[in-house]
Design a binder for this molecule. Structure first.
Ligand code: NAP
Length: 690
């Protein structure tokens, strides 16, 4: 096979490895298969290129434009998935492993593209939380906003997920509006190289938005500024070295770390050997030991079971692991490919020996095992290894040594509190799973263990078929953990963007805050609507445009009729004496929902027009009771506009219902879908779905 010279992509140019390049080993044969690294890269130019080209170009785009860009990149990767699969076999990854790395990476980008359009405004500013009233008059208010950092995201990744590891960080950074420099681990950087090439070839990325360094980073860390972010995934030792570099410390440069993790799984005290959960528990463990040959930061390393079930768990796991095929990942029968390199194999065997010094090996041999289409001596193959630790409370290596391979240890417990204490001995982990069908057990574990883990994963027989997997980080949920796990957080939906944005408190008048946030704030200037706003299409509506309705008197007859019609006979609406006994009312009051219905009756324009549907209502508050004889009138103001597609967009209306004294009796935000342009198109393919 010809040698692969893995390039870097810096300042708009592909740069080949030079004489200082590092060798990359084929883990199946032990031969050198590629070279990566170039000492002559101009790292200053690389940073400048991101700062002066990529950053401004990305910041000029709105969140929705960036989300669409991300979707196009994910689509391009998806179309070339097979090429990524083909090259990934050389890392030791099997066909099943590709689902986690390649499909997982592409899926993560798709989720962020979708979240970007659904959950972010079509704007440059992200609003964090509600308006804070800072003065009695309402003329001085505050709010938190987030804007993209004006630097670069330097993303240093581990070897085990060359695609997912890049995409899970790249997607949020791009959506946030920050250019990225990816530095993959050298051992598998040729897979990342292909993924980067595929994205660049789309031609959609602005210049400088994505650069790639294969090999070493030179003095890049010393050149970063307070607007840059380092997002690191790898071992605790490397994280410590990098995060303590003087420039990072001196300039308070953000450093997000995801590192080792001694993840645990706990079989609840309520589960018996015949329960469906028992089998789900074993399946999960086998999957975690075998996937990526155990080279997964979230893999189960420690297994806690009620003491009475230790023997059964060992027996069943040994049977299942006995059926596992180790070999060349291209062979469809193979369940476990080699580790990424012989150096990694050496480390894992050394770490397994440390664990073995405190335990008994119940499955797997360090040297004697069968390999399909490969050689156990020359390739980086390792057999799954299972250990049993009799005295888990007095040992150390078992709780502190991460053997980054197919290695796990079983431990028994007598009481749930003892199990929780042992689970927490990992010193901070990415995930702990608990197999239980007893909600009280789940809560007890949560109160005792949540502080030590980034994610708690509960399965029972109801959800085990649907559950996404102990070791699978999802873009919607946090990935990270305290202490030993690095103290960082990634993913977690839109939260992930915050690593790449600055939160700023803004104080000022409602008009200033409306303009900054592109979101009308109560108390800001109201604009006269030239016609009924329901007759105006999405593109014509302007923030602050307000309709004030005529007023309507609420009578006792209205209240009675509404109660009979809806069946809502709550005593406060029907029984004057009972209502008086309630501390909030001085007699019968109108239903809140009657007020909402009458409000709609006052502001709705009945004719067919650009308003297509009412899709919801947020932040509803009833502030003052309305009694028979009171009158109400309504203010309807355009608060925010968010396009959804080329046909329609969401309008958020601020609605206030006031009484005859101008006191606010109710306030809420109404959501409608409005046609983008003046031609109201009737849909021919059935009702709109949201
Ligand atoms: P590693 O040896 O710590 O390397 C991680 C990254 O840091 C690689 O890209 C490496 O590049 C780079 N690096 C090393 N020294 C550097 C330096 N002085 N300056 C700049 N960059 C430097 O970790 P690994 O062996 O790749 O990955 C295995 C570890 O990662 C395991 O401990 C695993 O638990 C952890 N991991 C954690 C997560 C998580 O999300 N928490 C995910 C995956 C893996 P080179 O390869 O070029 O040296």
């Amino acid at each position: 096979m010809s040698l692969h010279y893995v390039k870097s992509f810096v300042a708009g140019r592909w740069i080949a490895p030079d004489a200082n390049a590092r060798e990359i080993e084929n883990p199946i044969t032990g031969d050198v298969m590629a070279y990566a690294g170039c000492n002559s890269i101009d790292f200053n130019k690389m940073l400048n290129y991101a700062h002066t080209r990529g950053g401004p170009a990305l910041r000029a785009l709105r969140f929705h434009e960036r989300a669409r860009l991300l979707k196009s990149l994910a689509t391009a990767l998806n179309e070339h998935k097979q090429a990524l699969y083909d090259i990934s076999f050389s890392t030791g990854a099997t066909r099943d492993d590709h689902r986690y790395d390649i499909d997982g990476g592409i899926g993560t980008a798709f989720v962020y593209a979708s979240k970007g359009r659904r959950e972010l405004p079509d704007d440059h500013v992200y609003l964090d939380g509600s308006i804070e009233a800072l003065s009695k008059s309402g003329r001085f208010v505050g709010r938190h906003i987030c804007t993209p950092l004006q630097g670069v995201a330097l993303q240093i990744n581990a070897f085990n997920f060359p695609v997912w590891g890049m995409m899970e960080k790249f997607a949020p950074a791009l959506l946030a509006g920050v250019p990225v420099i990816v530095k993959p681990a050298t051992a598998t950087c040729y897979v990342t190289e292909l993924a980067v090439k595929l994205m660049l070839e789309t031609g959609y990325l602005p210049e400088g938005a994505l650069q790639l360094v294969t090999g070493e980073l030179g003095d890049t860390l010393d050149r970063l500024t307070c607007q840059d972010v380092v997002s690191f995934t790898g071992s605790a030792d490397t994280a410590f070295t990098l995060r303590s570099s003087p420039n990072i410390l001196r300039n308070s440069i953000r450093f997000v770390a995801e590192q080792d993790s001694l993840n645990a799984t706990l079989l609840g005290p309520d589960i018996h050997r015949t329960a469906a959960e028992f089998s789900a528990f074993l399946n999960e463990i086998v999957r975690e030991i075998t996937t990526k040959a155990g080279q997964k930061c979230t893999a189960i390393r420690r297994i806690f079971v009620p003491q009475s079930l230790v023997e059964a768990v060992i027996d069943d796991l040994c049977v299942r692991l006995g059926n596992i095929v180790i070999g060349d990942p291209r062979n469809p029968k193979t369940n476990i490919g080699p580790l990424v390199s012989s150096a990694q194999k050496h480390d894992v065997l050394r770490q397994a020996a440390m664990i073995e010094s405190e335990t008994e090996r119940v499955f797997g041999d360090r040297h004697n095992f069968d390999v399909v289409d490969g050689d156990a001596d020359t390739g980086a193959f390792v057999s799954p290894m299972l250990f049993y630790c009799k005295n888990p409370s007095i040992v150390h290596h078992v709780h502190e040594t991460e053997a980054f391979g197919p290695v796990a240890t079983i431990m028994g417990y007598h009481e749930l509190d003892e199990a929780i204490e042992l689970v927490n001995r990992g010193g901070g982990s990415l995930v702990a799973s608990v197999v239980t069908h007893t909600p009280e057990v789940a809560r007890h574990v949560t109160l005792g263990a949540a502080a030590f883990h980034g994610r708690l994963y509960f399965i029972d027989h109801h959800n085990s078929q649907d559950a996404t997997g102990h070791g699978v980080p999802l873009p919607h949920m946090l990935h990270g953990g305290p202490g030993r796990a690095g103290g960082g957080e990634e993913l977690g939906g839109i939260r992930a963007l915050m690593h790449y944005m600055q939160r700023t408190a803004i104080q000022g008048s409602p008009d200033i805050l409306s303009e900054i946030g592109n979101n009308w704030v109560s108390g800001a200037t109201e604009r006269f609507a030239p016609e009924h706003p329901f007759r105006r299409c999405f593109s014509d509506l302007e923030l602050g445009e307000t309709l004030w309705t005529p007023s309507r008197v609420i009578t006792l007859k209205d209240i009675k009729k509404f109660a009979e019609f809806t069946g809502d006979m709550f005593y406060a609406h029907m029984d004057d004496a009972a209502a008086r006994r309630n501390p909030f009312f001085s007699g019968r009051v109108a239903h809140g929902y009657l007020l909402l219905s009458f409000a709609a009756g006052l502001f709705v324009e009945p004719g067919e027009g650009p308003v297509l549907a009412n899709t919801g209502l947020d932040r509803l508050r009833f502030m003052k009771p309305v009694v028979p004889g009171d009158s109400i009138h309504v203010g309807l103001t355009v608060q925010q506009k968010t396009p959804r597609n080329t046909e329609y967009g969401e309008v958020r209306w601020h609605v206030t219902i006031r009484n005859q004294d101008k006191d606010i009796v109710a306030e809420y935000e109404l959501l409608t879908m409005n046609a983008i342009d003046n031609v109201h198109k009737k849909k021919t393919d059935g009702p709109l779905t949201f």
